[in-house]
Write a protein that binds this ligand. Structure first.
Ligand code: FE2
Length: 180
């Protein structure tokens, strides 16, 4: 039973401890599947950062006198599953896969940003100043990664191949905006 702020904090901590470990594996896999070198580099770099984030959560548990335990994070499971299913069922071409992967990773970062904001707030509320500081460091890393992925996602989306009809639709839409 969880009925205090402290218990909610620990629950969220275990949830993210599970998420970070699953994400190390997922990011490495996504890096291997990526064709765009900047995207692959971003995934690999964030996989290493994610390993550090898991260690940081272990530090938080240790400070609370708790053994780090994982609570299956259904949200991240779902996002990883969405990526795997797309790769398996749609058999995307390189450009589409890269655009899809950048967006999938961005969704993950947004999930994590919300989760860490909640953890930082709870830590502050509970007077866990050092732990709030550690979690804030992770939050800053997730925000930086999200910003980089957002830029990449837009670029990759724009360079997706289009057929004749789509190009024509794009041209007439632009023309309607400019009044040409
Ligand atoms: Fe993370």
């Amino acid at each position: 039973m969880a009925d205090t702020a402290h218990e909610l904090f620990e629950h969220h901590g275990r949830d993210m401890y599970d998420a970070e470990q699953k994400l190390v594996r997922a990011l490495k896999r996504m890096a291997k599947n990526a064709t765009n070198p900047r995207l692959a580099k971003c995934f690999n770099a964030h996989a290493r950062t994610t390993e550090r984030q898991a260690r940081r959560l272990e530090q938080v548990f240790k400070a609370l006198g708790r053994k780090p335990r994982r609570q299956p994070c259904a949200g991240i499971d779902g996002l990883i599953e969405e990526y795997s299913t797309f790769v398996k069922e749609e058999k995307p071409g390189d450009e589409v896969l890269d655009a899809f992967s950048a967006e999938a990773a961005l969704k993950v970062e947004h999930y994590e940003i919300v989760a860490y904001k909640g953890l930082v707030d709870l830590a502050k509320q509970l007077g866990l100043t050092n732990e709030a500081g550690l979690l804030k460091e992770t939050l800053r890393e997730e925000e930086e990664t999200a910003a980089e992925l957002e830029t990449l996602s837009k670029q990759l989306g724009k360079s997706l191949p289009m057929d004749e009809e789509e190009q024509e639709a794009g041209r007439s839409w632009t023309a309607s905006l400019t009044g040409a």
